[in-house]
Ligand binder design. Structure first.
Ligand SMILES: [Zn+2]
Length: 155
């Protein structure tokens, strides 16, 4: 039986390994999101964190080790398989980032043809047009609300 890692110890680790902590959190947020909305885009099988112990940051860190370089990122060797000790590694900074080759944005919009913004594409970024439009609509709605509030204050 494994002993529960104390919260204090976890918080100390978090302070000592802030960048690893972010990778660890990202792993969970990605799998949660995909399992709810996007999993059909990822080979029809929801990708999950299959190591039960990895809910515990200290166990995950002991398994995968600290980041070898500051620019490394945590990745799966086989993208159709989930997060397991065998399938995960720190990819070196020299390797091209997976974002450049991904086929869908994080919301699941296809990153091809019309949905890519030429301005960003020329600069080596595959920006999702649908998400960009949603963001601009949000920004506009917020601005409109703000100016309305200001009118109320002025009146
Ligand atoms: Zn999108």
């Amino acid at each position: 039986m494994r002993q529960e890692t104390s919260l204090t110890y976890t918080m100390e680790l978090r302070k000592a390994y802030p960048s690893e902590w972010r990778s660890w959190q990202a792993m969970f947020s990605r799998t949660r999101y995909r399992s709810q909305h996007d999993w059909k885009h990822y080979g029809g099988k929801p990708i999950s964190v299959e190591e039960a112990g990895w809910r515990d940051f200290s166990i995950w860190l002991a398994d995968v080790g600290p980041k070898p370089e500051p620019q490394s990122w945590f990745t799966r060797k086989n993208k159709t398989l989930g997060y397991t000790k065998q399938n995960c590694c720190w990819a070196p900074a020299s390797e091209s980032h997976p974002n450049k080759t991904k086929t869908h944005c994080w919301r699941g919009h296809s990153l091809t043809g019309e949905n890519l913004i030429p301005y960003f594409l020329e600069r080596g970024r595959r920006q999702c047009r649908t998400c960009q439009t949603l963001r601009e609509r949000d920004k506009y709605a917020t601005k409109k609300k703000q100016s309305k509030n200001q009118e109320l204050v002025a009146a």
